[in-house]
Write a protein that binds this ligand. Structure first.
Ligand SMILES: Nc1ncnc2c1ncn2[C@@H]1O[C@H](COP(=O)(O)OP(=O)(O)OP(=O)(O)O)[C@@H](O)[C@H]1O
Ligand SMILES: [Mg+2]
Length: 165
């Protein structure tokens, strides 16, 4: 279960997030909606341990985001909207493997996992092509595969979509 408790983030005199609390149970799909500037991205960045909360905390997959950020990172898959952030000059498999290495996976584990993901996402044909030359959809699949290369326990994917009004 993910539990968010009175999470707040202050940027100077801007209160980006003011004491937000909610729970997301295992297997649940949870969406965060709000107008532009409401604090959605800031909330997700705190849950992904990319930003430290000003106050409050949260447990993600059972780990505290403030006290155990490394444990949180190894338990969640993060996929932000917009740019995929792939390294253009690396091949698809190199992009995915790099994140496997950052998650302390062995070469054998990485190889096996890429084979598995390539099959699921139907991307076997372009694994060895450079990411920069791929179509948008192909890039999105590689980015998705990269986000779950370490097989996150709770498969907590944080997909931050830009809202358009
Ligand atoms: N790094 C930062 N430094 C200063 N202020 C920030 C920073 N990041 C966000 N903010 C401010 O915090 C508030 C919340 O921003 P945030 O990006 O979380 O909103 P959002 O809900 O994701 O909006 P959108 O729907 O437009 O993506 C805004 O007022 C924004 O200007
Ligand atoms: Mg946003």
């Amino acid at each position: 279960m993910n539990s968010i408790q009175s999470l707040s983030k202050q940027f100077g005199n801007i209160a980006a997030v003011s004491g937000i609390s909610f729970e997301v149970k295992k297997g649940e799909v949870f969406g965060l909606l709000g107008e532009n500037g409401a604090g959605k991205t800031t909330t997700l960045r705190m849950l992904a341990t990319m930003l430290k909360p000003t106050s409050g905390t949260a447990t993600m997959a059972g780990w505290d985001i403030v006290k155990e950020p490394q444990k949180v990172r190894s338990s969640i898959g993060i996929l932000f909207g917009g740019e995929t952030g792939l390294y253009d000059r690396l091949t698809c498999e190199e992009n995915i493997a790099y994140f496997g290495e950052l998650n302390d996976m062995s070469r054998t584990q990485i190889k096996e996992r890429i084979r598995e993901l390539a099959k699921v996402f139907n991307m076997e044909d372009y694994l060895t092509r450079r990411a920069g030359k791929l179509s948008k959809g192909m890039k999105q699949k590689v980015a998705f595969a990269r986000a779950i290369v370490h097989d996150p326990k709770m498969m907590s994917l944080l997909q931050d979509l830009m809202s358009v009004q």
